[in-house]
Design a protein around this ligand. Structure first.
Ligand code: TRP
Length: 370
């Protein structure tokens, strides 16, 4: 028998403190150096909810980083988290189109299904079955205190907490642990999930034991915080579909031009790069920088008194040029749903193999092999 688990509430709160964030950043830098030397010790897992098409905020904030990690030779698992769509809404919406659209986005930007496993939540029963033993390892109080759960609950307005939202950190632990991932590229908002995942892995080991006495069944996964800059929406606030301020990866050049024309700037005609005082203008300069690889200050200096009009013209050209090949490839993929389904089914099959092997070990550790 093992003791009652120590409550993870404090650990979770601590995981979002400044000092802890600095430690996670330092650890991320160390891991990057290790990947450059030898990528074979890592298995990366991350994912997205298919609630809409992916946009430039996703691309520069996380997707480009995933491609970089894949290309560095790290084995990568990417989850299309379809079950997670219903943590904060009442229906699944046009989920099938969204799943295939997201897959097309992934492939178009350079995720390669021969090296990266892309799969859907609902297609991997073993992953979901881990939820039962994992739920035995957490308390209602610590889930209610989880900062990510709290933030999502607040964002849903008057909607009551569903069982699925309350257990969000636990199913996300199952997402990560079903394939024994040891590295999870995420944004800061997801750090409490990582801490909860480590707690679940540790408690599983304490309570249910091991198959191989030399090592726990589940690893202690690290977060990998990317250094990527945050691209804001066209109004200078967080890029988000519900705010109507996004440029989608798959949008056409004309729509992109129209949206950028309506972007918010400010009353100072002279263009500078000054994110603290001129968030809207600086964000547009940053977009040019990310698409061209040139320095923001240099770009702003060149536009100078070309004003908002000059800036928007350059943003439009840079974004459309950078995304043209990605968009062309995406259009081809979307026109071939048979191919997309084939890729997804192969990804699902591989995820099932891995998940079944993990679940076998879990059953063995729990003496449930019949
Ligand atoms: N929760 C993540 C989001 O909302 C998506 C996600 C699901 C995820 N499972 C994951 C991310 C596992 C990292 C690891 O975007």
């Amino acid at each position: 028998m093992t003791d009652q688990p120590v409550d993870a509430g404090d650990q979770l709160a601590a995981s979002t403190s400044e000092a802890s964030l600095r430690r996670t950043e330092a650890r991320s830098a160390e891991i990057e150096a290790q990947i450059a030397k030898d990528p074979s010790g890592f298995r990366v897992m991350t994912g997205d909810r298919p609630t809409g098409n992916l946009h430039l905020g996703h691309y520069f904030g996380s997707l480009a980083n995933r491609v970089r990690i894949q290309d560095a030779g790290v084995e990568t698992f990417i989850l299309i988290a379809d079950y997670q769509v219903i943590t904060d809404r009442d229906g699944t919406g046009p989920i099938r189109e969204r799943v295939l659209g997201m897959l097309a986005d992934y492939l178009a930007i350079g995720l390669d299904p021969s090296r990266t496993t892309i799969y859907a939540h609902s297609a991997v029963p073993a992953l979901n079955q881990l939820l039962l033993p994992f739920l035995s390892l957490v308390t209602d109080a610590e889930l209610r205190r989880n900062p990510t759960v709290k933030a999502e609950l607040e964002a849903t307005g008057d909607r009551p907490m569903s069982g699925l939202l309350l257990t969000y950190p636990v199913h996300q632990a199952a997402d990560i642990l079903f394939c024994k991932a040891n590295l999870v590229p995420v944004g800061k908002d997801q750090l409490p999930h990582l801490e909860q995942t480590r707690v679940v892995a540790r408690r599983f080991d304490e309570r249910y034991g091991r198959v191989d006495p030399a090592r726990p069944i589940f690893p202690q996964a690290d977060a990998l915080l990317s250094k990527a800059s945050t691209v804001l929406g066209l109004d200078g606030t967080k890029m988000s579909k519900t705010k109507g301020n996004v440029i989608e990866i798959g949008m056409d050049a004309d729509t992109t031009a129209k949206l950028i024309k309506r972007a918010v700037t400010d009353s100072d005609r002279f263009i500078t790069y000054d994110p603290a005082n001129r968030p809207e203008v600086s964000n547009l300069v940053l977009l040019v920088s990310l698409c061209t690889g040139r320095e923001p200050i240099e770009i702003a200096g060149e536009i100078g008194d070309g004003g908002g009009g000059g800036l928007k013209k350059l943003v439009t050209e840079s974004v459309n040029e950078f995304f043209a090949p990605i968009r062309a490839r995406r259009a081809e993929l979307v026109a071939d749903p048979g191919y997309l389904l084939d890729v997804l089914r192969r990804g699902n099959a591989h995820a099932n193999e891995i998940g079944n092997a993990t679940l076998d070990e879990v059953r063995a550790a729990m003496n449930m092999t019949y």
